[in-house]
Design a protein around this ligand. Structure first.
Ligand code: NAD
Length: 482
């Protein structure tokens, strides 16, 4: 077998210890790796590099396309950029995969039958980080969900399920409220799901879905969701499976991939040979599968399961009466190495199949052609006063077929219909639109002219969004209570 080039970062805190343990096990298991080592994290940040990674490290990552990363410490204080977010976005790692498995009865858990894989979209949603302050009172963060981004992640979830012999894919969204953004995620899930008749599909609104996941995780198999829900629920899932210290994760892109533990650098445990290397080790197992060294992955993973089963535990999972031997990081790794070639007796043995086509393929995105018509604008105006006063000022400004259809405050319609109790802050959304049912559109220049009339009336607009119909369907939501 040829050695596969990979890039390794030993990280901060417990990072170097758990990386040494992980590499020791997988190399003893037969992994053929040509390792390039890079420095990332605290020391790089403290040298004044706000991204925590040097340009030469990017060269290595772009060359090997496979990154095994130990946790790092982000220094306290402002200005330091999250290395994880930078790496994910720079390398286009759109899928975050976290298997959350319980190891009952060997590791304490309330959910003995749990075996869930969380597939989290990794680049979009509120994590685009596009935030603005509009007025004294109002701050805004933009939630972006795109069709190509959603198609990729949903297809990844189904392909992952198929490749790993899993039976069901569940989708979590909040599309009862966010009908366009989360609505798209749900719709794409339904569209793509049709191509996987062999896999059971279901959708849950994220709140009740999350409650169910925390209560009866054994009824879930693969769960796919947008970025924010996935961020939160993958930690919840890992924790209730037994410990965040046991979960590994992969971040997969079209050409590059990163593998890591889900926990941090645990600085208080550093340098004491105490830390549990299992999270990073299980991340490395996913890496071996990714680079096609599936037999090595299976051998190493089964030896690890056997070690856990025999009660050889680090301090964090050690339990009097269940565990047999409390060991340090190095001794744990040696215990796994000593069991290479063995399989667990009670826990389910790991089985990895080589993917015939060399792995997952990012689908070719076919952009649709739709008839897009401009039908108005939402003008956001800073205003301290009653909605009816603002309505009276704005109504005469409507022209070119547009009508002042509604004012809303924090999304709730407050004009022309209103409930006196609705609390208003200092920014109103003012919808100028062609009347419902009218055909056609307005030319773009109508909108700056409208904005100029707003300014001319002594009002300050703080933001504007255009209202489009796509193939006759509104590409904007109605006001709440409208
Ligand atoms: P942490 O995950 O490092 O630690 C949380 C708790 O879990 C601590 O009590 C710790 O001792 C324990 N723990 C974590 N991993 C363990 C292991 N392998 N074995 C035994 N015990 C373990 O989270 P934190 O304390 O909030 O963060 C510490 C640092 O890690 C911060 O600088 C943070 O920015 C960073 N961090 C990095 C990553 C990453 O690089 N991917 C992720 C999360 C946090």
């Amino acid at each position: 077998m040829n050695a596969t080039p990979i890039t390794v970062a030993h990280g901060d805190g417990i990072g170097p210890e758990i990386m040494a343990a992980t590499l020791h096990i997988i190399q003893e298991a037969g992994a053929q790796l040509a390792i390039e080592t890079i420095e990332i994290g605290e020391q790089v940040y403290l040298r004044g590099n706000m991204a925590g990674i040097e340009p030469s490290a990017w060269e290595s990552l772009r060359r090997t396309k496979v990154f095994l990363k130990a946790p790092i410490t982000t220094p306290q204080g402002g200005g330091f950029k999250s290395l994880n977010v930078t790496t994910r976005k720079a390398l286009g790692l759109y899928a975050n995969i976290r298997p959350c498995v319980s190891y009952h009865p060997f590791i304490d858990t309330k959910h003995p039958k749990m075996d869930v894989v969380i597939v989290r979209e990794n680049e979009e949603d509120l994590y685009a980080g596009i935030e603005h302050r509009q007025t004294v009172d109002v701050y805004q963060c933009l939630k972006l969900i795109t069709r190509p981004g959603t198609e990729r992640i949903v297809r990844y979830a189904f392909d992952y399920a198929r490749a790993n012999g899993r039976k069901k894919v569940t989708c979590f969204t909040k599309d009862n409220i966010m009908k366009l953004t989360d609505g798209l995620f749900h719709k794409v899930f339904d569209e793509i799901g049709v191509e996987y008749p062999d896999i059971e599909k279901e959708h849950w609104i994220v709140d009740i879905g999350a409650a169910k996941l925390a209560d009866t995780p054994e009824v879930f198999d693969v769960v796919v969701m947008p970025n924010l829900y996935g961020d939160i629920l993958s930690d919840v899932a890992a924790q209730i499976a037994g410990s965040v210290g046991l979960a590994g994760s992969s971040n997969i892109g079209a050409s590059c991939a990163m593998f890591e533990a889900i926990h941090g650098s645990a600085p208080r445990r550093a340098g004491q040979n105490l830390a549990n290397p299992s999270g990073l080790f299980l991340g490395a197992i996913q890496m071996l599968v990714h680079i096609g060294q599936t037999e090595v992955a299976e051998r190493a993973h089964n030896a690890w399961l056997k070690t856990v089963e025999e009660g050889v535990h680090t301090y964090d999972i050690f339990q009097e009466g269940v565990s047999r031997q409390k060991v340090g990081t190095k001794e744990f790794a040696s215990a796994v190495v000593a069991r290479l070639g063995q399989k667990p007796e009670t826990l389910k043995p790991a089985v990895y199949r080589k993917l015939d086509d060399g792995g997952f393929k990012v689908p070719v995105y076919e952009r649709r052609t739709e008839k897009k018509e401009l039908v108005g604008a939402d003008v956001f105006i800073e205003f301290l006063g009653r909605p009816e006063e603002l309505g009276a000022k704005l109504q005469p400004l409507a022209a070119d077929g547009l009508q002042l259809e509604m004012l809303s405050n924090r999304g709730m319609a407050v004009w022309p219909k209103a409930i006196a109790e609705t609390f208003c802050v200092d920014a109103f959304r003012c919808r100028f639109k062609l009347p419902d049912g009218s055909s056609g559109s307005v030319p773009h220049e109508v909108i700056p002219q409208l904005l100029n009339r707003v300014l001319g009336a002594g009002l300050e607009f703080v933001k504007m969004e255009l209202l489009y119909n796509f193939d006759g369907q509104p590409g904007f939501s109605r006001g709440q209570g409208q």
